[in-house]
Design a protein around this ligand. Structure first.
Ligand code: ZN
Length: 309
Protein backbone atom coordinates (compact mmCIF):
# COMPACT_ATOMS: atom_id res chain seq x y z
CA UNK A 1 0.00 0.00 0.00
CA UNK A 2 1.40 3.34 -1.06
CA UNK A 3 0.84 6.82 0.15
CA UNK A 4 -2.30 7.77 2.03
CA UNK A 5 -5.06 9.48 0.10
CA UNK A 6 -7.26 12.46 0.90
CA UNK A 7 -11.06 12.42 0.98
CA UNK A 8 -13.01 15.49 -0.16
CA UNK A 9 -16.71 16.32 -0.02
CA UNK A 10 -18.36 19.32 -1.64
CA UNK A 11 -21.89 19.70 -0.29
CA UNK A 12 -24.32 21.59 -2.51
CA UNK A 13 -28.05 22.20 -2.46
CA UNK A 14 -28.88 19.49 -5.00
CA UNK A 15 -25.87 17.18 -5.03
CA UNK A 16 -22.83 16.26 -3.00
CA UNK A 17 -19.57 15.74 -4.86
CA UNK A 18 -17.20 13.24 -3.31
CA UNK A 19 -13.63 12.42 -4.32
CA UNK A 20 -10.45 10.66 -3.35
CA UNK A 21 -7.28 12.53 -4.19
CA UNK A 22 -3.56 11.98 -3.84
CA UNK A 23 -1.73 14.28 -1.44
CA UNK A 24 -0.47 16.05 -4.57
CA UNK A 25 -4.03 17.02 -5.49
CA UNK A 26 -4.64 14.59 -8.35
CA UNK A 27 -8.18 13.21 -8.39
CA UNK A 28 -8.08 9.39 -8.09
CA UNK A 29 -11.82 9.01 -8.35
CA UNK A 30 -14.84 11.28 -8.04
CA UNK A 31 -18.55 10.64 -7.86
CA UNK A 32 -21.67 12.33 -6.57
CA UNK A 33 -24.81 11.59 -4.60
CA UNK A 34 -28.04 13.57 -4.33
CA UNK A 35 -28.46 15.94 -1.38
CA UNK A 36 -31.30 14.67 0.81
CA UNK A 37 -32.76 17.85 2.27
CA UNK A 38 -35.59 16.16 4.15
CA UNK A 39 -35.70 16.46 7.96
CA UNK A 40 -33.58 19.64 7.83
CA UNK A 41 -30.77 17.86 6.02
CA UNK A 42 -30.19 15.53 8.97
CA UNK A 43 -29.46 12.52 6.71
CA UNK A 44 -26.67 14.18 4.75
CA UNK A 45 -23.83 13.18 7.06
CA UNK A 46 -24.98 9.54 7.14
CA UNK A 47 -25.35 9.52 3.35
CA UNK A 48 -21.80 10.85 2.91
CA UNK A 49 -20.38 8.29 5.35
CA UNK A 50 -22.19 5.37 3.69
CA UNK A 51 -21.02 6.40 0.22
CA UNK A 52 -17.46 7.04 1.46
CA UNK A 53 -17.16 3.57 3.04
CA UNK A 54 -18.69 1.87 0.00
CA UNK A 55 -16.20 3.46 -2.41
CA UNK A 56 -13.27 2.76 -0.06
CA UNK A 57 -14.26 -0.88 0.02
CA UNK A 58 -14.38 -1.05 -3.79
CA UNK A 59 -10.70 -0.08 -3.75
CA UNK A 60 -9.98 -2.67 -1.04
CA UNK A 61 -9.06 0.08 1.42
CA UNK A 62 -10.03 1.18 4.94
CA UNK A 63 -9.96 4.51 6.76
CA UNK A 64 -6.36 3.66 7.71
CA UNK A 65 -5.48 4.46 4.08
CA UNK A 66 -6.98 7.94 4.31
CA UNK A 67 -5.10 10.86 5.87
CA UNK A 68 -8.07 13.16 6.52
CA UNK A 69 -11.21 14.58 4.93
CA UNK A 70 -11.89 18.14 3.80
CA UNK A 71 -15.41 19.44 3.34
CA UNK A 72 -16.88 22.43 1.57
CA UNK A 73 -20.36 23.48 2.67
CA UNK A 74 -22.68 26.31 1.63
CA UNK A 75 -22.61 28.92 4.37
CA UNK A 76 -20.08 30.61 6.63
CA UNK A 77 -17.95 28.01 8.42
CA UNK A 78 -16.66 28.59 11.94
CA UNK A 79 -13.11 27.24 11.70
CA UNK A 80 -12.69 26.83 15.47
CA UNK A 81 -16.09 25.41 16.40
CA UNK A 82 -16.35 23.35 13.20
CA UNK A 83 -19.88 24.55 12.58
CA UNK A 84 -21.78 25.81 9.54
CA UNK A 85 -24.31 28.63 9.65
CA UNK A 86 -26.72 30.04 7.13
CA UNK A 87 -26.97 26.83 5.08
CA UNK A 88 -30.60 27.60 4.29
CA UNK A 89 -30.52 25.66 1.00
CA UNK A 90 -29.88 22.48 2.90
CA UNK A 91 -32.04 23.11 5.94
CA UNK A 92 -29.34 22.90 8.60
CA UNK A 93 -29.91 25.06 11.67
CA UNK A 94 -27.35 27.79 12.40
CA UNK A 95 -24.26 26.46 14.14
CA UNK A 96 -24.70 22.97 12.65
CA UNK A 97 -21.84 20.86 14.10
CA UNK A 98 -20.71 19.40 10.76
CA UNK A 99 -17.10 18.67 11.75
CA UNK A 100 -18.02 16.72 14.89
CA UNK A 101 -20.82 14.73 13.22
CA UNK A 102 -18.68 13.76 10.23
CA UNK A 103 -15.68 12.84 12.38
CA UNK A 104 -17.92 10.46 14.33
CA UNK A 105 -19.38 9.03 11.13
CA UNK A 106 -16.15 8.37 9.19
CA UNK A 107 -13.67 8.12 12.09
CA UNK A 108 -11.15 10.47 10.52
CA UNK A 109 -10.02 14.06 11.13
CA UNK A 110 -12.41 16.35 9.25
CA UNK A 111 -11.77 19.97 8.29
CA UNK A 112 -14.60 22.17 7.08
CA UNK A 113 -14.71 25.40 5.13
CA UNK A 114 -17.21 27.48 3.20
CA UNK A 115 -17.68 26.09 -0.34
CA UNK A 116 -16.58 29.28 -2.11
CA UNK A 117 -13.43 29.34 0.02
CA UNK A 118 -12.75 25.71 -0.93
CA UNK A 119 -13.10 26.61 -4.60
CA UNK A 120 -10.56 29.42 -4.09
CA UNK A 121 -8.12 26.99 -2.46
CA UNK A 122 -8.64 24.56 -5.33
CA UNK A 123 -7.91 27.17 -7.99
CA UNK A 124 -4.87 28.33 -6.02
CA UNK A 125 -3.48 24.80 -5.73
CA UNK A 126 -4.25 23.21 -9.07
CA UNK A 127 -6.09 25.73 -11.25
CA UNK A 128 -5.61 29.23 -12.59
CA UNK A 129 -3.70 30.28 -9.48
CA UNK A 130 -1.18 27.47 -9.79
CA UNK A 131 2.14 28.54 -8.37
CA UNK A 132 0.79 31.59 -6.53
CA UNK A 133 0.11 31.61 -2.78
CA UNK A 134 -1.85 34.87 -2.81
CA UNK A 135 -5.00 34.44 -4.86
CA UNK A 136 -8.48 35.93 -4.79
CA UNK A 137 -11.30 33.95 -6.37
CA UNK A 138 -14.53 35.56 -7.54
CA UNK A 139 -17.34 33.30 -8.72
CA UNK A 140 -20.04 34.98 -10.80
CA UNK A 141 -23.09 32.72 -10.81
CA UNK A 142 -26.62 33.07 -9.51
CA UNK A 143 -24.92 35.10 -6.79
CA UNK A 144 -21.35 36.26 -6.36
CA UNK A 145 -19.11 34.07 -4.22
CA UNK A 146 -15.54 34.62 -3.25
CA UNK A 147 -12.53 33.46 -1.36
CA UNK A 148 -9.33 35.22 -0.36
CA UNK A 149 -6.19 33.11 -0.05
CA UNK A 150 -3.20 34.80 1.54
CA UNK A 151 0.13 32.96 1.89
CA UNK A 152 -1.65 29.71 1.07
CA UNK A 153 -4.26 30.08 3.79
CA UNK A 154 -7.88 31.09 3.41
CA UNK A 155 -8.77 34.27 5.28
CA UNK A 156 -11.74 33.33 7.45
CA UNK A 157 -12.04 36.18 9.93
CA UNK A 158 -13.54 35.87 13.41
CA UNK A 159 -16.74 34.03 12.50
CA UNK A 160 -16.11 32.78 8.99
CA UNK A 161 -17.58 35.70 7.07
CA UNK A 162 -14.34 37.05 5.58
CA UNK A 163 -14.14 36.91 1.80
CA UNK A 164 -17.85 37.59 1.25
CA UNK A 165 -16.92 39.49 -1.88
CA UNK A 166 -20.49 39.40 -3.19
CA UNK A 167 -21.61 41.63 -0.34
CA UNK A 168 -19.09 44.42 -0.77
CA UNK A 169 -21.11 47.60 -1.21
CA UNK A 170 -20.45 49.02 -4.67
CA UNK A 171 -23.59 51.17 -5.04
CA UNK A 172 -23.75 53.15 -1.80
CA UNK A 173 -26.75 55.13 -3.02
CA UNK A 174 -29.90 53.83 -4.75
CA UNK A 175 -28.48 50.32 -4.83
CA UNK A 176 -30.56 47.23 -5.57
CA UNK A 177 -31.84 45.22 -2.61
CA UNK A 178 -29.68 42.15 -1.80
CA UNK A 179 -30.76 38.84 -0.21
CA UNK A 180 -28.38 39.56 2.68
CA UNK A 181 -30.58 42.50 3.75
CA UNK A 182 -28.29 45.29 2.50
CA UNK A 183 -28.59 47.41 -0.62
CA UNK A 184 -26.02 47.93 -3.38
CA UNK A 185 -24.01 44.73 -2.86
CA UNK A 186 -21.72 43.55 -5.70
CA UNK A 187 -23.96 40.50 -6.06
CA UNK A 188 -26.88 42.73 -7.13
CA UNK A 189 -24.96 43.95 -10.20
CA UNK A 190 -22.29 41.35 -11.05
CA UNK A 191 -24.22 38.07 -10.80
CA UNK A 192 -26.41 36.60 -13.55
CA UNK A 193 -29.43 38.35 -12.00
CA UNK A 194 -27.34 41.47 -11.42
CA UNK A 195 -26.67 41.93 -15.13
CA UNK A 196 -30.41 41.63 -15.75
CA UNK A 197 -30.96 44.24 -12.98
CA UNK A 198 -28.64 46.66 -14.77
CA UNK A 199 -30.37 46.01 -18.10
CA UNK A 200 -33.84 46.54 -16.59
CA UNK A 201 -32.63 49.78 -15.01
CA UNK A 202 -32.57 51.21 -18.53
CA UNK A 203 -36.17 50.28 -19.19
CA UNK A 204 -35.31 47.05 -21.01
CA UNK A 205 -35.96 43.44 -20.09
CA UNK A 206 -34.31 40.06 -20.58
CA UNK A 207 -35.01 36.64 -19.04
CA UNK A 208 -31.36 35.99 -18.16
CA UNK A 209 -27.79 37.29 -18.39
CA UNK A 210 -27.03 35.14 -21.43
CA UNK A 211 -29.71 37.02 -23.37
CA UNK A 212 -28.23 40.38 -22.29
CA UNK A 213 -24.83 39.24 -23.64
CA UNK A 214 -26.50 38.16 -26.91
CA UNK A 215 -28.24 41.53 -27.24
CA UNK A 216 -24.91 43.28 -26.57
CA UNK A 217 -23.21 41.24 -29.31
CA UNK A 218 -26.02 42.26 -31.68
CA UNK A 219 -25.36 45.94 -31.02
CA UNK A 220 -27.95 46.73 -28.30
CA UNK A 221 -26.54 49.82 -26.59
CA UNK A 222 -28.46 49.24 -23.34
CA UNK A 223 -27.09 45.70 -23.11
CA UNK A 224 -23.56 46.92 -23.82
CA UNK A 225 -23.97 49.55 -21.13
CA UNK A 226 -25.25 46.95 -18.61
CA UNK A 227 -22.16 44.80 -19.23
CA UNK A 228 -19.89 47.81 -18.96
CA UNK A 229 -21.46 48.73 -15.59
CA UNK A 230 -21.13 45.16 -14.38
CA UNK A 231 -17.41 45.25 -15.25
CA UNK A 232 -17.11 48.69 -13.62
CA UNK A 233 -18.58 47.58 -10.27
CA UNK A 234 -16.67 44.32 -10.33
CA UNK A 235 -13.48 46.20 -11.13
CA UNK A 236 -14.15 48.60 -8.26
CA UNK A 237 -14.60 45.72 -5.80
CA UNK A 238 -11.56 43.83 -7.11
CA UNK A 239 -9.40 46.97 -7.02
CA UNK A 240 -10.28 47.54 -3.38
CA UNK A 241 -9.61 43.89 -2.50
CA UNK A 242 -6.27 44.04 -4.33
CA UNK A 243 -5.29 47.09 -2.30
CA UNK A 244 -5.96 45.20 0.93
CA UNK A 245 -4.41 41.79 0.20
CA UNK A 246 -1.98 42.48 -2.70
CA UNK A 247 -2.62 39.20 -4.55
CA UNK A 248 -0.72 37.78 -7.53
CA UNK A 249 -3.89 36.57 -9.22
CA UNK A 250 -7.57 37.32 -9.33
CA UNK A 251 -9.37 34.23 -10.62
CA UNK A 252 -12.80 34.84 -12.11
CA UNK A 253 -15.13 31.85 -12.46
CA UNK A 254 -18.80 30.90 -12.54
CA UNK A 255 -21.38 30.89 -15.32
CA UNK A 256 -21.19 34.62 -16.06
CA UNK A 257 -17.43 34.36 -16.67
CA UNK A 258 -18.21 32.11 -19.65
CA UNK A 259 -18.90 35.37 -21.49
CA UNK A 260 -15.11 35.55 -21.75
CA UNK A 261 -13.38 38.63 -23.13
CA UNK A 262 -16.66 40.53 -23.51
CA UNK A 263 -16.58 40.88 -19.73
CA UNK A 264 -12.90 40.30 -18.94
CA UNK A 265 -11.53 42.96 -21.26
CA UNK A 266 -13.42 45.92 -19.72
CA UNK A 267 -12.95 44.31 -16.29
CA UNK A 268 -9.16 44.36 -16.65
CA UNK A 269 -9.30 48.03 -17.59
CA UNK A 270 -11.42 48.95 -14.59
CA UNK A 271 -9.27 46.90 -12.22
CA UNK A 272 -6.25 48.82 -13.54
CA UNK A 273 -8.10 52.05 -12.88
CA UNK A 274 -9.05 51.21 -9.29
CA UNK A 275 -5.94 49.39 -8.05
CA UNK A 276 -2.97 51.00 -6.31
CA UNK A 277 -0.25 51.05 -9.00
CA UNK A 278 2.32 49.00 -7.06
CA UNK A 279 -0.29 46.32 -6.31
CA UNK A 280 -1.30 46.37 -10.00
CA UNK A 281 2.32 45.72 -11.08
CA UNK A 282 2.13 42.13 -9.85
CA UNK A 283 -1.56 41.42 -10.50
CA UNK A 284 -3.02 39.31 -13.28
CA UNK A 285 -6.66 38.41 -13.90
CA UNK A 286 -7.37 34.88 -15.07
CA UNK A 287 -10.36 32.75 -15.88
CA UNK A 288 -10.98 29.86 -13.47
CA UNK A 289 -9.82 26.48 -14.81
CA UNK A 290 -11.20 23.76 -12.59
CA UNK A 291 -14.95 24.20 -13.05
CA UNK A 292 -16.93 21.92 -10.75
CA UNK A 293 -13.81 20.17 -9.47
CA UNK A 294 -12.49 23.29 -7.71
CA UNK A 295 -14.49 22.53 -4.55
CA UNK A 296 -13.23 18.98 -3.94
CA UNK A 297 -9.66 19.89 -4.88
CA UNK A 298 -9.73 22.80 -2.43
CA UNK A 299 -11.33 20.65 0.27
CA UNK A 300 -8.53 18.11 -0.22
CA UNK A 301 -5.95 20.88 0.09
CA UNK A 302 -7.56 21.96 3.35
CA UNK A 303 -7.42 18.38 4.65
CA UNK A 304 -3.78 18.05 3.66
CA UNK A 305 -2.62 21.34 5.17
CA UNK A 306 -4.69 21.17 8.35
CA UNK A 307 -3.86 17.57 9.16
CA UNK A 308 -0.10 18.21 9.17
CA UNK A 309 -0.27 21.49 11.09
ZN1 ZN B 1 -25.58 41.47 0.11
Amino acid sequence: MGEKRLAAFDIGGTSIKLAFLTTEGEIIRKWSIPTDRTDNGSRIVTDIARSFYKELEIDGLTTANVLAAGVGAPGPADPIEGTISGAVNIGWPNGYPLKKLLEEAIELPVFIENDANCAALGEMWKGAGSGATDVVCVTLGTGVGGGVVSKGMIITGVNGSAGEIGHITVMPENGFYCNCGKHGCLETVASATGIVNLYKQQGKDAPDARTVFQHAAAGDKAAQYAIDRCAFYLGLAIGNIANIVNPAKIVVGGGVSEAGETLLKPLKEYVGHFTFPRAMDVLTIEKAQLGNDAGVIGAAYLAKVMSVS
